[in-house]
Design a protein around this ligand. Structure first.
Ligand code: DX5
Ligand code: ZN
Length: 220
């Protein structure tokens, strides 16, 4: 089943609760929550306090930690009620340990890869993560254009998982819209993050329905 995840980064911050409910009513599955520290990425966003409030809105929260030393904050985001916690492979020297820490905290463990990072870094942790997040833009900002060279990474990860007899969600983040979604789903993506395109859509439900219909068509 395809999961669609709006990125709260693109919401109106003065009315976050309303912005989350608007997406829940439109039919999304998960709330994507971008955490930026001004160090791993140039931008700063929101922390565990806002995540805790967001988690009360009823959607599972998918915390995408774009921060250095992510291990330091795993416990805090787990306590905030996040269901998925994703760390960047580039942000930790001990990816295997960080993934174990996430699962020990009771959450689903994710690994994110920057556009220039090889999917090979997942080979020795297959089975230790529940989700691989393929960044299709350089992390730090919403509203960027998808980098086409990243798309083949989705299929490479799906192949690697299949060959090892493992399964995981493949999430794609960056420049997702109704035009780019079909190729991402064809390549094997099972969770799509959409920020500016979804929050900016005149009809969020129509946006979601279009992508789901396309996914059903691909599965035929
Ligand atoms: C980028 C974030 C994304 C971002 C996506 O660093 O990880 O989740 O919000 O925004 P769009 O969909 O506008 O590219
Ligand atoms: Zn993100």
């Amino acid at each position: 089943m395809l999961k669609i995840a709006p990125s709260l980064l693109a919401a109106d911050y003065l009315k976050l609760g309303e912005e989350i409910r608007r997406m829940a009513e439109a039919g999304v599955d998960v709330l994507h929550y971008d955490v930026m520290d001004g160090s791993f990425v140039p931008n700063i966003s929101f922390g565990q306090g806002v995540a805790e409030r967001a988690a009360t809105c009823g959607l599972p929260v998918d915390a995408h930690l774009m921060i250095v030393n992510p291990e330091k904050y795993i416990e805090a985001f787990a306590k905030a009620g996040c269901e998925y916690i994703t760390v960047h492979a580039e942000a930790t020297n001990h990816l295997h340990r960080a993934l174990q820490q996430i699962r020990a905290a009771g959450c689903k463990a994710g690994v994110a890869l920057n556009p220039a990072t090889s999917p090979e870094c997942l080979r020795y942790v297959l089975g230790d993560f529940d989700l691989a997040l393929v960044m299709t833009v350089n992390p730090g900002f919403g509203g960027q254009k998808l980098i086409p060279a990243c798309v083949e990474k989705i299929a490479a990860i799906r192949r690697m998982l299949d060959e090892a007899g493992k399964d995981a969600i493949i999430e794609v983040d960056g420049g997702v819209n109704t035009q780019t979604a079909p190729m991402l789903m064809k390549a094997g993506a099972t969770m799509l993050v959409a920020g500016s395109a979804l929050y900016g859509a005149p009809d969020a439900k129509a946006f979601i329905d279009t992508i789901r219909a396309e996914y059903a068509e691909i599965g035929k």
